[in-house]
Write a protein that binds this ligand. Structure first.
Ligand SMILES: Cc1cc2nc3c(=O)[nH]c(=O)nc-3n(C[C@H](O)[C@H](O)[C@H](O)COP(=O)(O)OP(=O)(O)OC[C@H]3O[C@@H](n4cnc5c(N)ncnc54)[C@H](O)[C@@H]3O)c2cc1C
Ligand code: FES
Length: 358
């Protein structure tokens, strides 16, 4: 089930003029459900002006803290982020889905690795969780953070990052890249683009020393940095990406020609929390997620745009066509994972398993 739990807001902090951090109180009986990994996100649900709104927000605390804290940056005209920044109060109750996401790598105290992260704006939230967790869990590993903002006044978690630097002088390297505030070192002026990342990899970070790179921010930055890393020799498999977008622009699904289809309808079985639910849907009309919701199944979703991976599941039998995918990595697709919000069945029978993690 798309299980949401009502959690009350224990703490609210204005991090910058446009960003509020929210800490939720987790009652002891839900601690297991809300145990998270570094870099994971929560789906929050509320009703604004009579409309149900679901959005994803990354946890910014270390795994060792187990503190359910997110930071919401206001986007111009944004429904949820505007509401969270203006109307949310301590003690209010928000519906929260347990942590999800795969924006992390396994840690081992014996590792002696160098991790590199590029974050832009609110993209710092999962990165902060990853940095804190990693430096605590791997005493011999190092982290380099390249963090892009307009100016120092818009840097989310500025003091927390400065404190981390004091704590890990030798193991944490920081570069603040500012687009509207002139800094002494020219390399760090401007926006984090493909060119900027390439220059940083030429003059400041040795790409051959990088074991894993994390990127979090808007799509253009993410694609540019990923390309620069690969051109500098960092293998794609060692680059972990989290896209912070509301949703990709919705494209109409391109129907397959009738001749190409052996079946016009699909019998779908959904396995969730050990329960099997069945429904029949027309092919090419709507995604399997929308068809499941229409059939009365409490399907898991947030963005419905192929970005957040909340609707991720595994195809156990049958086949689907996926429209867009900004969330799954190549290895997940190879193992049969799909985004149900983007999936259109192409076989007469389809079994989807939402319980399968691997
Ligand atoms: C996995 C994941 C994790 C995320 N984690 C965080 C987080 O930790 N902190 C955070 O602040 N946000 C995060 N986001 C983005 C967040 O889910 C919302 O998309 C964002 O807060 C905007 O929602 P809204 O309801 O305010 O705007 P909407 O009402 O949905 O959108 C209003 C307008 O703003 C544009 N827009 C939406 N999002 C953005 C954006 N990020 N940048 C620029 N323009 C935008 C839309 O295209 C639209 O035109 C995350 C997204 C994903 C998929
Ligand atoms: S609901 Fe976000 S990827 Fe499908």
């Amino acid at each position: 089930m798309s299980q949401f739990y009502p959690l009350s807001v224990a703490d609210l902090r204005q991090e910058t003029r446009d960003c509020v951090s929210i800490t939720f109180a987790v009652p002891p009986e839900l601690e297991g459900a809300f145990r998270y990994q570094q870099g994971q996100h929560l789906t929050l649900r509320t009703t604004i002006d009579g409309e149900e709104v679901r959005r994803s927000y990354s946890i910014c605390a270390a795994v060792q803290e187990q503190r359910l804290r997110v930071a919401v940056k206001r986007v111009a005209g944004g429904l949820f982020s505007g509401w969270a920044n203006e109307s949310l109060r301590v003690g209010d109750v928000v519906e929260v889905m347990p942590p999800m996401g795969h924006f992390h790598v396994p840690l081992d105290p014996a590792n002696r690795k160098h991790y590199l992260a590029f974050a832009a704006g609110s993209g710092i939230t999962p990165i902060l969780s990853i940095i804190k967790t990693t430096l605590l869990a791997e005493p011999h590993s190092r982290f380099t953070l390249v963090y892009g903002n307009r100016a120092s006044s818009s840097v989310i978690f500025k003091e927390e990052i400065a404190d981390l630097k004091d704590q890990y002088l030798e193991r944490l390297n920081l570069a603040f890249v500012m687009s509207r505030e002139q800094q002494d070192i020219e390399l760090f002026n401007g926006r984090i683009t493909h060119d900027k990342a390439a220059q940083i990899l030429r003059h400041w970070v040795k790409p051959e020393d990088v074991d894993v790179a994390f990127i979090c921010g808007p799509e253009d930055m993410m694609l540019g940095v990923s390309a620069a890393l690969q051109e500098a020799g960092v293998p794609k498999a060692n680059i972990k990406i989290e896209l912070f977008a509301a949703a990709a622009p919705k494209q109409a699904h391109k129907a397959r020609s009738q001749d190409a289809r052996a079946h016009h309808q699909t019998e779908v079985t959904v396995i969730m929390d050990g329960h099997h639910s069945h429904f029949v849907m027309d092919q090419d009309k709507e995604s399997v997620l929308d068809a499941g919701i229409k059939a009365g199944i409490d399907m898991r979703y947030s963005c419905k745009g192929g970005v957040c991976s909340t609707c991720r599941c595994k195809v156990v039998e049958g086949q689907v066509d996926m429209d867009v995918n900004y969330a799954l990595e190549d290895y997940e697709i190879a193992r049969g994972f799909v985004l149900s919000c983007q999936s259109f069945p192409t076989t007469g029978k389809l079994i989807l398993d939402f319980d399968s993690a691997e």
